[in-house]
Design a protein around this ligand. Structure first.
Ligand SMILES: Nc1ncnc2c1ncn2[C@@H]1O[C@H](COP(=O)(O)OP(=O)(O)O)[C@@H](O)[C@H]1O
Ligand SMILES: Cc1cn([C@H]2C[C@H](O)[C@@H](COP(=O)(O)OP(=O)(O)O)O2)c(=O)[nH]c1=O
Length: 210
């Protein structure tokens, strides 16, 4: 019996308050309406163990090394239990953050040595055919003052969201740097527009996907 074609792996990123959750909900409906068999998941999290790690990561103080290791521990479990089985079945995976977030937050925001990031990425994501990475990553990008204003009206802030402005500025810069380094995989979406305008760009990007 031949195996089904591998599903597509799409991740969604951005600084806190950029509008990622808003667009994820819309994208999920959009793909399901196209008849695509899709799972939506998130990092840190996405498995029973990963969600426990998420609660620790978002609430408990810890060293930077521990934070990076737990992000990748959650990712290892997520890949093994959810992402790789789904893609092998031919399902698509729409993931709320993946390794680009570790690059942006832990390397960019907190100053984790990039060689340590690369070592963890290789350890957790390397397979016979190369690194498991999203086929496409969307980074929703907004100026800091916009994300801060959106966050102020929408939630109680977690350990990352309550960081200082300069932390978020470094996270944003690291996301943009990562996009420049990976132009074939990462698309930066100007999220400083109306939701409707952004949705119409998303519909254009995914018009040919089936
Ligand atoms: N393009 C936009 N224009 C105006 N408000 C927006 C836009 N995108 C999102 N918002 C609002 O900003 C707030 C934060 O959005 P959210 O999707 O939760 O961001 P994130 O998941 O990136 O932190 C919410 O109140 C949401 O309705
Ligand atoms: C996946 C990942 C997330 N994070 C952070 C970014 C976010 O602030 C937080 C996860 O929250 P987020 O995805 O923004 O969820 P919500 O929309 O519910 O607030 O974890 C990292 O620092 N490194 C990582 O590798």
């Amino acid at each position: 019996m031949t195996s089904p074609p591998r599903g597509r792996f799409i991740s969604v990123e951005g600084i806190d308050g950029a509008g990622k959750s808003t667009h994820l909900a819309w994208l999920t409906d959009y793909f399901l309406n196209k008849g695509i068999s899709l799972i939506q998941s998130r990092e840190p999290g996405g498995t029973g163990l990963g969600e426990k790690l998420r609660a620790l990561l978002l609430n408990d103080a810890m060293s930077l090394e521990t934070e990076a290791l737990l992000m990748f521990a959650s990712r290892a479990e997520h890949l093994a239990q959810v992402i790789e089985p789904a893609l092998s079945r031919g399902d698509w995976v729409l993931c709320d953050r993946f390794s680009d977030a570790t690059y942006a937050y832990q390397c960019g925001g907190r100053g984790l040595d990039k060689t340590k990031f690369t070592a963890l990425e290789q350890w957790v994501q390397l397979r016979d055919r190369g690194l498991i990475e999203p086929d496409l990553t969307l980074i929703f990008d907004v100026p800091l003052e916009v994300s801060q204003a959106r966050m102020a009206t929408s939630r109680v802030l977690d350990r990352f969201e309550s960081e200082q402005q300069d932390f978020h500025a470094r996270v944003r810069a690291a996301y943009l740097e990562r996009a420049e380094q990976n132009p074939q995989r990462i698309r930066v979406i100007n999220a400083n527009r109306s939701v409707v305008e952004i949705q119409s760009e998303l519909a254009e990007i995914f018009a040919d996907y089936e």
